[in-house]
Design a protein around this ligand. Structure first.
Ligand code: COA
Length: 253
């Protein structure tokens, strides 16, 4: 079974995380598949909109911490993460997300680049960057304060507070909270309606709404350089080791 499942419903491309046993943690291979699906839509006229979906109670727990640990130990980092971030920041087609359950790290920050986000009542978002010895990524340090104001952005990105669905909605990160059983239908309905609109008018409107992408890409790269430095820090290495040891315990839930 593919860990990123790509499917099509009319002009809507669905991209689904499918690694539930690891809480949909995103590996380098998965990032590459995500990037290819999202940027592939730009040049495929048969795709109007992409929708990112997870599994019951798990959107994604963010970057695979084993990959972080490998990078922290001097391993090759690759370009998959940056390719994915470029795709969601600069992609030409609308992107919708439906989140049920946990959305951690990049699982949260990617939502800031989606055009619409639907959440179940049991959805929550969190970015434990500083606790991991890291810094915000995906240009979230620029975009989050614009979405939710600087105080809430600080609580989310630096304090590492968990925002439950209602809080995420009030912060402007979520369009609508939808009953769990209706979540994907609601997201697909929005996507289908969007995909039926005159594509050029929609593309121009979206471009105006999204503003200057160069600024966002520049911040993503600035954060990326700091993030790469932080990955080599003792703070980060110790945090990754602690997580790995925790998940090795026989009684770890
Ligand atoms: N990277 C690698 N593996 C991960 C992971 C991640 N980001 N998130 C979860 N997993 C794995 C766990 O190691 C565990 O694997 P195992 O069964 O082989 O031991 C499995 O997924 C289940 O996770 P577990 O921690 O037991 O689930 P939980 O429901 O108790 O907690 C989370 C869920 C998401 C709160 C917790 O797993 C977590 O904090 N993960 C790390 C999130 C993170 O820091 N992401 C990076 C942000 S920058």
């Amino acid at each position: 079974m593919a860990e990123i499942e790509i499917a099509r419903q009319g002009k809507v491309q669905t991209i689904r995380f499918n690694r539930a046993d690891k809480k949909n943690a995103i590996t380098r291979t998965m990032y590459a598949q995500l990037a290819s699906a999202i940027s592939g839509a730009d040049t495929d006229e048969s795709i109007g909109v992409s929708v990112i979906l997870g599994q019951p109670e798990v959107f994604t727990s963010g970057n695979d911490l084993k990959d972080f640990l490998a990078a922290a130990m001097g391993g090759e980092k690759g370009t998959e993460v940056i390719d994915f971030l470029r795709a969601i920041i600069s992609g030409q087609k609308p992107l919708i997300a439906a989140i049920d359950g946990l959305a951690v790290g990049v699982g949260c920050t990617m939502l800031m680049h989606c055009d619409m986000v639907f959440a179940s009542p049991r959805a929550w978002v969190q970015t434990p960057f500083t606790d991991l010895g890291l810094v915000p990524e995906a240009a979230s340090s620029l975009v989050a304060p614009r979405i939710m104001g600087s105080h809430r952005a600080f609580a989310l990105l630096a304090m590492g507070e968990r925002f439950q669905a209602q809080q995420a909605f009030e912060a402007g990160l979520v369009n609508e909270i939808v009953e769990t059983e209706d979540l994907e239908t609601r997201a697909m309905d929005a996507a289908t309606r969007l995909a039926a609109k005159p594509p050029q008018a929609l593309a121009i409107s979206r471009k105006l709404l999204r503003g200057d992408r160069a600024e966002v890409i520049a911040r993503m790269e600035e954060e990326g350089a700091l993030f790469a430095e932080r990955l080599q820090s003792d703070e980060a290495r110790n945090a990754f080791m602690a997580f790995m040891q925790r998940s090795k315990k026989p009684d770890a839930a």
